[in-house]
Design a protein around this ligand. Structure first.
Ligand code: BTN
Length: 251
């Protein structure tokens, strides 16, 4: 695969197939890979998602992980994941001319179906926090690749809109957007808040909040200044939620 990553200083590693870009980059980071290293694959045999789920990764998607060492508090580094969703959203808008929706914390949806998931994993090595920011974006994956129940909730840019840019172009744009986002985020982490709020489809909706295997009904009131989801429970209690998963409920 040939990508045009003009002027990019950090290494870019491409493989046709591997288990999981997050898993392999984690190993490379322990062996001393440089900050900003991107590992990308055409296919993953063991793509991983949040909540210990698998992430289907056939040919036709962009599967990549970026190594970051932000050197901030672990709390602040949590805000990198929603900002990565903004980088993906901007890439889709630039190459496809459409605004994908964000489902808090970091799923990207087109026509209500998930086209992108983000898994940010953290490890501490020799006293330093390293983040492995993994992104899976379904670009030209055929609709048949999402059988049964999966097809009800997920798709690709091609299967949902009828057209998609080449995977190489999408990958190059995404890496450039991620580089740009990371630089801006380091100077001003809250810089993407308004854009994130505007793109987020959860706000004002009835939701089920899933945490530690437990589901709780709530209403999503907004996104607070730390990119956390501000929710209100039926008893009136309010909470800023930093981690978890939501499903939208119809009232
Ligand atoms: C999710 O939707 O739960 C997150 C999915 C993240 C998938 C990406 S694909 C590249 C990187 N490598 C992995 O194994 N997972 C992430």
């Amino acid at each position: 695969m040939e990508l045009h990553l003009d002027g990019r200083a950090a290494p870019f590693i491409f493989m046709d197939e591997l288990s999981s870009t997050n898993t392999v980059l984690k190993e490379l980071s322990i062996q001393g890979a440089a900050e900003g290293t991107v590992l990308m694959a055409s296919r993953q045999t063991g793509g991983r998602g949040r909540m210990d789920r698998s992430f289907l990764s056939p040919e036709g998607g962009v599967y990549l992980s970026m190594l970051l060492t932000p050197g901030c508090t672990p709390e602040l580094s949590l805000s990198l994941t929603p900002c990565a969703a903004i980088a993906v959203r901007r890439s889709i808008e630039k190459l496809c001319g459409l605004k994908a929706d964000i489902k808090w914390p970091n799923d990207l949806l087109i026509n209500g179906k998930k086209v992108c998931g983000i898994l940010c994993e953290s490890l501490f090595f020799q006293g330093q926090q390293k983040l492995i920011l993994g992104i899976g974006l379904n670009v030209s994956t055929p609709a048949e690749a999402f059988p049964g129940e999966l097809g009800r909730i997920a798709g690709s840019i091609l299967s949902l809109t009828g057209t998609a840019p080449p995977v190489e172009a999408m990958a190059a744009e995404l890496i450039s957007q991620l580089d740009g986002m990371y630089e801006l985020w380091q100077a001003e982490p809250r810089r993407f808040l308004e854009e994130y709020r505007q793109g987020c489809v959860n706000i004002g909706r009835a939701i089920s909040l899933i945490r530690d295997g437990q589901s709780r009904s709530a209403r999503a009131l907004g996104i607070d200044d730390n990119y956390a989801l501000l929710v209100e429970y039926p008893d009136g209690e309010r909470e800023s939620v930093y981690m978890g998963e939501v499903s939208l409920r119809n009232e």
